[in-house]
Design a protein around this ligand. Structure first.
Ligand SMILES: *Cc1c(COP(=O)(O)O)cnc(C)c1O
Length: 460
């Protein structure tokens, strides 16, 4: 029975001659189409052998399936999505978006040779690390700077260079785990240091650090409790006190800031957080932070602080393993230049722009979207909502936001949510009261037409 069916499967060459398949060749290569046909035929054979199919699919069915496979195979695995969730630094969706303003800088370095490690003035070999020094010094007041692959690498390199085989004192209230794999006690051990925990979960006093200092101590480490908040009776020791105590005892003071910011966001309704410059001004020797969290640049780890310490890091073999590439350097330098004028930074760096959008502008966006979607089969309301910064910053704090709330007259919201993940550019939404929520802080005006087309497609 199945043998008979197998012999009825059309030959690849015959399928290739079909008009619809020839049409596909306008979009895809012959190699890709052949491979899709082979794949589909293999699937059909298996299904026949497993007796899941009792007849050979029609030619039109074959053409449809081949088109589906070739289209799917053609898509890159890593690709664009639209974030309508209201979480600005969405770790699963790529954290910060780069500024359009820096496109040219990236292009010119990526598609041409560059002076990455060439000192043009002195006509000799140079270092890739010089390119960011001046701009970061200007923005933070640091004595010296080193940029590595990400902030996890920055912490590892700092500890491994400065306090290997020594004790590192850290508060029990700051033993953070970031993203499932980066745990402060583990990273200290990995760097070769010995963690010494002091204080309690909610309260750590200066005397806790003082009492723990011994001959073996190398550093006092402060860690930003990026993704959680301890409420109630809490106490931690200030950067000033930590740096003073470290100096008195000839230890290094280190602050793993996590996000790191150059702008005070309290004017946009978020709690006050010190800027990188303020932390260095408080006397801390080394501060580490991410490039793609609140800074709004590419993934990178930025180390700033005392020259004598950073010089040592540059000589550490680990630096070579953790080094940044030219694309990161180009995009980070161009992003940081926008900070020279805070107004420019707030307007043109998407992360900052989204944080700083006023409610008025959010309502304005919502009105535009509502009008655009009015022809669709949805009840559309504009509602006040809450957005969050995300990405391990400002835990338990919200930004006031505005959402467009879509209730379909027939389809369930979970069904629409699911279908929106299957369109050409997947759209990530939230659901509330059997409605789709589109948050105006993260959904961009330029994406409105794509959203409209997708909503049309998933509800037709
Ligand atoms: C996010 C974070 C890190 C890790 O930074 P990456 O840039 O993601 O490597 C380390 N420490 C703290 C406190 C953080 O918030």
């Amino acid at each position: 029975m199945s043998k008979h069916l197998l012999s009825q499967i059309p030959a690849i060459n015959k399928i290739l001659l079909l008009d619809e398949i020839k049409e596909l060749m306008n979009t895809y290569t012959e190699v890709a189409i052949k491979s899709a046909i082979k794949q589909y035929i293999e699937e059909v054979k298996q299904a026949i052998l497993n007796e899941e199919l009792i007849e050979v699919p029609s030619l039109s069915k074959i053409v449809g399936e081949v088109a589906r496979i070739v289209e799917k195979e053609d898509k890159n695995s890593l690709r664009r999505v639209i974030n309508a969730t209201g979480t600005i630094l969405h770790t699963n969706l790529g954290r910060s978006l780069l500024s359009e303003k820096i496109k040219e800088n990236i292009e010119s370095v990526a598609f041409n040779y560059s002076n990455l490690e060439f000192d043009i003035d002195n006509k000799k070999r140079g270092s890739r690390y010089v390119h960011l020094i001046d701009i970061i010094k200007k923005l933070t007041g640091a004595e010296d700077v080193l940029v590595v692959n990400n902030n996890a690498a920055a912490v590892l390199l700092t500890l491994n260079t400065l306090v290997k085989d020594q004790e590192i004192i850290v508060s029990r209230g700051e033993l953070v785990e970031i993203g499932g794999a980066f745990r402060i006690p583990e990273i200290i051990k990995l760097s070769g240091g010995v963690p010494v925990e002091v204080g309690t979960t909610n309260k750590t006093h200066l005397k806790d650090y003082e009492n723990a200092i011994s001959e073996e101590t190398g550093a006092l480490l402060k860690v930003h409790t990026s993704n959680y908040k301890i409420l109630g009776f809490t106490e931690s020791v200030s950067n000033e006190e930590i740096s003073y105590l470290a100096r008195e005892n000839e230890l290094v003071s280190i602050n793993d800031l996590g996000s790191g910011q150059f702008v005070d966001f309290s004017k946009f309704g978020l709690p006050y957080e010190p800027t990188v410059k303020e932390i260095l001004d408080s006397g801390i020797d080394i501060v580490t932070f991410s490039g793609d969290k609140l800074l709004g640049g590419p993934q990178a780890g930025i180390i700033v602080g005392k020259k004598k310490y950073i010089e040592k890091m540059k000589k550490n073999q680990l630096t070579r393993a953790l080094r940044v590439d030219k694309m990161t350097l180009a995009s980070l330098e161009a992003t940081l230049k926008l900070y020279l004028d805070e107004k420019e930074a707030l307007e043109h760096i998407p992360t900052l722009h989204m944080i700083s959008l006023s409610k008025e502008r959010l309502f304005g966006k919502a009105d535009v979207l509502k009008t655009k979607l009015s022809s669709l089969d949805f009840d559309i309301r504009i509602e006040e909502d809450k957005a969050e910064v995300g990405g391990g910053s400002y835990p338990a704090s919200y930004l006031e936001s505005v959402a467009v709330k879509l209730t379909h007259r027939k389809l369930h919201a979970t069904e629409i949510e699911r279908r929106l993940l299957e369109v050409e550019i997947p759209i990530i939404t939230r659901i509330k009261d059997n409605s789709i929520i589109l948050d105006m802080r993260t959904l961009r005006t330029r994406e409105f037409d794509i959203v409209k087309a997708a909503l049309e497609e998933v509800t037709k």
